[in-house]
Design a protein around this ligand. Sequence first.
Ligand SMILES: Cc1cc2nc3c(=O)[nH]c(=O)nc-3n(C[C@H](O)[C@H](O)[C@H](O)COP(=O)(O)O)c2cc1C
Length: 319
Amino acid sequence: MAVPTELKRGLRLPVIASPMFIVSNPDLVIAQCTSGVIGSFPSLNARPQARLGEWLDRIQAALADHDARHPDRPSAPFAVNLIVHRSNDRLAADLEACVAHKVPLVITSLGAQVEVNQAIHSYGGLVFHDVINQRFAHKAIEKGADGLILVAAGAGGHAGVQSPFALVQETRAWFDGPIALSGAIATGRSILAARAMGADFAYVGSAFIATEEANAPEAYKQMIVEGSAEDILYSNLFTGVHGNYLRPSIAAAGFDPDNLPTSDPSKMDFASSAGDAKAWRDIWGAGQGIGGVDDIVPAAELVARLAREYEAARADLLR
Ligand SMILES: Cc1cc2nc3c(=O)[nH]c(=O)nc-3n(C[C@H](O)[C@H](O)[C@H](O)COP(=O)(O)O)c2cc1C
């Protein structure tokens, strides 16, 4: 299994902190990278579009400053998520900003485009594409992605329905490039399990919502701390694409979580509204792994916990 050397620099744990709509911001990304995991954010979080360049400047300056002060433990690379879907009218401008800033890793989702991959490759950047099944995985690699993010059942936000075992096993049968496994990973032991299954990285999202840096209301963070897998509901009502959301937030927005209608997928709009409740702002996304999250901490502390648990799990297996 091949992890490109550019991505190994500064890595304390084989983890990509996944991009989360609204939640991921420069403070969170800087904290993730300086604690030794790959940090990321969706370009759409920088609003208006002109702010994306400012965010990238800020992240790059903070990481360079950290590296100058701590040459013994340099920061990990960061990634930007581009939504490659017809509803995203910012794609060209956001791609241009990524190229201008030579973003080390670009995570593409909801579509795969040869031109986007070529633009990132033009300066030596890498592209990982996120997929939920083999059909999309093959398409992504055919179109030039360097790595795959396998989004399994139980992942926060837009998620697949396949078991992580099945997804990794079938992908590894034909793909020996870098793989990140996404879905319900919130402990060091689970990170090690992802590696054992054949993934190079664990892709961790929801656990980072319950951090001080995350751009989420306190009630959302608290719901992550208090919730467990039973509190997660899979529905396509809110954006037209199936995703996992916190049941209590659905109830608080005035819906009956046990009797939700389904939506028309042809009307898909990434940030669409359902009734008065704006998807993502009022209907809170989270994956099934939140039972592993017990408190709201600085992101560096979460990474330190994951690292301790990862080492303990490794030692445990060797006994
Ligand atoms: C609130 C929330 C927002 C998300 N937004 C995005 C996004 O904008 N782009 C994307 O590629 N993935 C997004 N995801 C999916 C994550 O990148 C990742 O696949 C998922 O969080 C991993 O599962 P976990 O939350 O169980 O750790 C989002 C997930 C959550 C929980």
